[in-house]
Design a protein around this ligand. Structure first.
Ligand code: ATP
Ligand code: MG
Length: 419
């Protein structure tokens, strides 16, 4: 008889009390419908590793949308149903839980989403990426907490191995190649030797995956604590080159990623910033290739293009003692993430400081006088107003005026009144 492992102690210790009582309740309701409910996926792996994770994925041998409706009746919250997929998301203030109908998947063509039909927990776990993610914990009363590690996930966890469930896994879905590197590097595991061989063999299948799906995997990598680890491994195995041959992960990049992380700026999305650094040494043409092969959203594409634009000004920005108004005219109009990327990436420390100064101070400088004030002072409506406001801003930046009175004198001085 194989040893029965029960994780109820780990569940109680590692998950929030509210979620634990919800799972028990869900197990009881499932039982009353004579259906089996399981906790699955990453959270089971993390329970065994002693890591916290609050993403609850539940799988029911039965219609999960029915169970979801019943549960939200008992514990009121928001519910989103996807009848076509037999899945539901339950949401409360602090937590959310995904509920899915156990299913089996058949891959008709590499890289194309599979054909899905209801199945058993065994099927559901078999369709998953790696053995360590292919474990389930029973939630029905009587079996509550029992681990179902049908494909050797527990041994692999112990031996720190990333292993696919079957030899066509990467062909069916080559996004798993990126996923394998992400888990390997996050957990400090190793690719099990046969899996590593399959991964190398199946790298060409990355071409079967849509840009949207590859981008999604990269987004997940950039959410890791140290994204450069998975990227470096991807370079070593030739996975990164498949994205774009010119990309490289070296000490230069690793140092910049480290500094980028320390900044954590609210208006700078980490995906855009990391990607701009990764792409910083590419040519304009290569950047356009990256934008199209990852189908980057407009804002992210703009970040990459802006970063190139700023890079072209680095030489001018490297002059010490540059007037603040000149810094502004070189940098105005560019997006924050592109500016931040350049301040980190520029090889000239002076240029870096000038960009910082612009980001933190100069870009917020405004004259005291407004367009309305100018009109009151007799400036004729029209483009002249904007011109004068610009002159005033530049004078403020360079310390030539420092009060409203100075500004008024300047307006009379430049002949703003008669034009
Ligand atoms: P993380 O800690 O990064 O969230 P996770 O294991 O929870 O890891 P998710 O991306 O949230 O990962 O996916 C949940 C589960 O769905 C995984 O554990 C895995 O079993 C399964 N899964 C996700 N993507 C794939 C895929 N491409 N192929 C097979 N199974 C997948
Ligand atoms: Mg998850």
């Amino acid at each position: 008889m194989p040893e029965v492992i029960n994780l109820s102690t780990e569940i109680k210790k590692q998950l929030p009390v509210e979620l634990v009582s919800f799972m028990q309740l869900a197990g009881e309701v499932a039982q009353s419908k004579r259906q089996n409910l399981y906790l699955v996926g990453g959270v089971v792996r993390d329970l065994l590793l002693g890591r916290t994770s609050f993403d609850l994925d539940l799988v029911l041998e039965g219609d999960a949308t029915d169970l979801a409706r019943e549960l939200i009746g008992v514990k009121p919250g928001k519910i989103i149903i996807h009848s076509r997929f037999g899945t539901a998301k339950l949401q409360w203030d602090k937590w959310s839980v995904d509920l899915a109908t156990a299913r089996s998947e058949t891959y008709v063509r590499p890289g194309v989403l599979p054909v899905v039909k209801p199945g058993s927990i065994r099927d559901d776990v078999f369709r998953r990426d790696f053995t360590i993610n292919a474990m389930a914990v029973a939630l029905n009363p009587g079996r509550y907490g029992q681990l179902l590690a049908l494909y050797g996930g527990r041994d692999d966890l112990e031996h720190k191995l990333i292993r696919v469930l079957h030899e066509k896994s990467f062909i069916d879905d080559a996004t798993r190649i990126w996923r394998a590197l992400r888990y390997e590097q996050r957990l400090n595991f190793r690719l099990e030797p046969a899996t590593l061989r399959l991964l190398r063999r199946d790298i060409p299948y990355l071409d079967t995956i849509s840009g949207d799906r590859i981008r999604h995997e990269l987004e997940l990598i950039f959410k890791e604590e140290y994204p450069e680890k998975a990227l470096r491994r991807a370079e070593e195995l030739g996975v990164l080159a498949k994205l774009l041959p010119a990309l490289k992960v070296d000490d230069w990049l690793i140092e910049r990623f480290g500094r980028a992380r320390k900044l954590s700026l609210p208006d700078v999305p980490s995906f855009g910033l990391y990607l701009a650094l990764l792409a910083y040494r590419l040519s304009g043409e290569e950047i356009e290739q990256l934008i199209s092969c990852l189908r980057l959203p407009k804002a992210t594409a703009q970040t990459l293009r802006d970063a190139v634009g700023i890079k072209a000004e680095i030489e001018s920005l490297s002059v010490s003692g540059l007037a603040p108004s000149s810094i502004c005219s070189l940098l105005h109009g560019y997006s924050s993430p592109a500016l931040v990327a350049n301040s980190l990436a520029a090889d000239s420390p002076v240029a870096g400081e000038h960009i910082q100064l612009f980001l933190n101070v100069l870009r917020y400088v405004k004259p005291s006088l407004t367009g309305e004030d100018l009109k009151r002072m007799g400036v004729a409506q029209g483009p002249r107003i904007k011109e004068i406001l610009n002159l005033l801003r530049e004078a403020r930046l360079d310390g030539k005026v420092s009060s409203k009175k100075d500004e008024e004198e300047m307006v009379f001085g430049v002949g703003g009144l008669g034009g």
